[in-house]
Design a protein around this ligand. Structure first.
Ligand SMILES: [Fe+2]
Length: 80
């Protein structure tokens, strides 16, 4: 998945500006961590960017938060 594809997905599911800013900040932090730890910076940045993708769908319910993100991403991987 490219960053542009991830951004399109993010904007499809997240409408709250503060949450979008949180996702952008998480992207930067994850990329820096990956660089520091010698990991895949692109993958870690995408993980940071999309980690809260389902938060508005699940209304922050911690029991299901993340599961919808996994479902959405699995569907996208199949369709890309
Ligand atoms: Fe988060």
């Amino acid at each position: 998945m490219t960053r542009n594809e991830a951004l399109n997905l993010l904007h499809q599911y997240i409408k709250n500006d503060k949450m979008l800013n949180h996702c952008y900040a998480s992207e930067v932090v994850m990329e820096a961590l990956a660089k520091r730890l010698g990991r895949d910076e692109k993958k870690w940045a995408l993980a940071g960017l999309l980690h809260d993708l389902d938060v508005e769908l699940v209304n922050t319910d911690p029991k299901i938060h993340g599961l919808e993100t996994a479902r959405i991403l699995e569907e996208k991987v199949v369709n890309i």
